[in-house]
Design a protein around this ligand. Structure first.
Ligand code: GLN
Length: 514
């Protein structure tokens, strides 16, 4: 996208000196200061926009920034904040607990009036006329959307290198990827460009970039939150997730956007989760059973990753958790199963991008020629590869052998989790086998890239929730992320365990120097 950035006028930026402290605040800290009237939303939003201006040339986390609109909304939020303060009701307990908080949204979710490219040339210039339900819910809770973040094209990838608009750089080392596909959102949070952001997770796209960037990220239970306004990739796998600096921050965002949506028939009719995590001293993990699945500690995993994960598990034991060895025997099939099911669903979902309904059109001699040329020119290599793979797996004669078989094995993977959750309350394992890799490292080897997803895919296939958070750094100073997975609809357990760990450690407070 050309003209990605915006021209923020200098006179709106009187807060330059305050900027570093404002942009290093966590979401919950900002909430408290806004509540007390010690900072205004306008100051907070201005500081974020200034930070984007200063750093995003280097990071490229954003595809679009809505500066003027965000500032206008911040002024309105400040008025409401002072009204709410007048009532004496704590803002966190009001209907607008996130009033005045700036956030960024991955560019596969629609926000009315803001371009939505999905990181693809085939949607260049497309401006959706409606807002995704999850974003609407956040806005109703008081969130100010400051812009849209970079993503692998149609969320297909593990590094943001598949974005048609260029890679996002990892704030810990700009020669490395931030992970993907929600790499823009993860990088924006750890660099302090926004206190929190939305991403999506079809096979790991929230948890893996959270791990590579050293932030906390939730992939909720499938069906926990609405997909209305999320451009579909793998419809039976896609989930909207969130990033923040801590379990407490992410829980606050998740609480505001989850819940049943009449516009998405796959959302479940369960009460919406409302999770608040206190700031009291170290909470105990007594009575909680954490499983360590042996299939997630395999040959090829970076030794420092394994070391940090084992140390974090030990810390949880010190906090009172009971640690048990468990087995998820079908784990090794998750990768081939996912790379049949996800491309199969993608091949159907992406059929709508034909140059007629949305975005640009390449002219041709006939209708078929228009489809052929538009799709041929505007889709990137990875998306084209997946459409071809998926179409093949669904074609007559191959459907039973590939897609049908993959669905059967998917059921076995789901059963593994059901079994294990009779024995334990959560399982703990690495998010990814390595820390952030160098830009270009897997450039000509899609299979090496797919292997990065080996530990995140099972949760999507089983539909269970997963939470990623930092538990240390490797020798190169890159964050290592732990993944906790839990029972369907038991995100609260994952947040509780991560919160207790974060109360006792400070890995989540480490920030890159930029
Ligand atoms: N890396 C995985 C893929 O390429 C997962 C992506 C995602 O979760 N959106 O499909």
């Amino acid at each position: 996208m050309s003209g990605v950035k915006f021209g923020l006028k200098r006179d709106t930026c009187h807060l330059t000196q305050l900027m570093p402290s404002l942009t290093s605040l966590s979401l919950t800290e900002s909430q408290t200061l806004l509540q007390r009237g010690e900072i205004s939303s306008r100051e907070l939003v201005t500081a974020c926009l200034e930070h984007v201006s200063a750093l995003d040339g280097q990071l490229h986390a954003f595809l679009y920034v809505a500066a003027e609109q965000a500032l206008a909304q911040a002024e309105a939020a400040d008025k409401k904040l002072s009204e709410l303060r007048g009532t004496g009701l704590p803002i966190s307990q009001s209907t607008m607990p996130l009033l005045g908080i700036p956030m960024a949204i991955k560019d596969v979710l629609t926000v009315e009036g803001m371009p939505c490219t999905c990181g693809s040339k085939i949607l260049e210039g497309y401006v959706p006329p409606f807002t995704a339900t999850v974003v609407q819910k956040l806005q109703a809770a008081g969130v100010i959307v400051i812009g849209k973040t970079n993503t692998d094209e149609f969320a297909m990838g593990s590094s943001t290198e598949n974005s048609a608009y260029g890679v996002t750089h990892n704030p810990w080392d700009v020669a490395r990827v931030p992970g993907g596909s929600s790499g823009g959102s993860a990088a924006a949070v750890v660099a302090g460009l926004v206190p929190a952001a939305l991403g999506t997770d079809t096979g790991g796209s929230v948890r893996q970039p959270a791990s590579f960037c050293g932030v906390t990220g939730i992939k909720p239970t499938y069906g926990r939150s609405s997909r209305y306004g999320l451009v579909a990739y793998g419809s039976s796998l896609d989930c909207v997730g969130a990033f923040g600096h801590s379990a407490a921050d992410v829980a606050a965002v998740f609480s505001a956007y989850n819940g049943r949506d009449p516009l998405d028939a796959t959302t479940q009719d369960v009460p919406a989760a409302n999770i608040t995590l206190g700031t009291e001293a170290v909470s105990s993990l007594k009575g909680i059973r954490i499983g360590v699945p042996k299939e997630y500690f395999i040959a090829g995993i970076q030794p420092e990753v394994e070391g940090k994960i084992r140390a974090a598990i030990q810390k949880m034991e010190e906090l009172g958790a009971e640690i048990r060895q468990v087995s998820l025997p079908h784990t090794e099939y998750a990768l081939p199963v996912y790379y049949l099911i996800a491309p199969a669903e993608a091949s159907a979902n992406l059929a709508r991008f034909d140059g007629v309904r949305y975005g640009p059109r390449v002219s041709g001699d006939s209708m078929w020629d228009v489809f052929y040329k538009t799709r041929g020119e505007k889709f990137g290599d990875e998306v084209t590869r997946r459409i071809m793979l998926g179409t093949y797996a669904l074609s007559a004669g191959y459907y039973d052998a590939f897609y049908g078989q993959a669905q059967k094995v998917r059921t076995l993977i789901k059963r593994d989790f059901e079994q294990v959750f009779h024995e334990v309350d959560a399982v703990a394992c690495p998010v990814a086998p390595t820390t952030a890799f160098k830009i270009g490292a897997h450039g000509d080897d899609p299979l090496a890239m797919y292997l990065e997803d080996v530990f995140t895919l099972p949760a999507n296939l089983a539909g269970v929730p997963g939470l990623a958070f930092p538990v240390g750094f490797d020798a190169a100073g890159l964050p290592v992320g732990m993944q906790l997975m839990g029972r369907h609809f038991d995100e609260a357990m994952l947040f509780r365990v991560a919160h207790a760990y974060q109360q006792a450690t400070d890995w989540h407070k480490q920030k890159p120097t930029l």
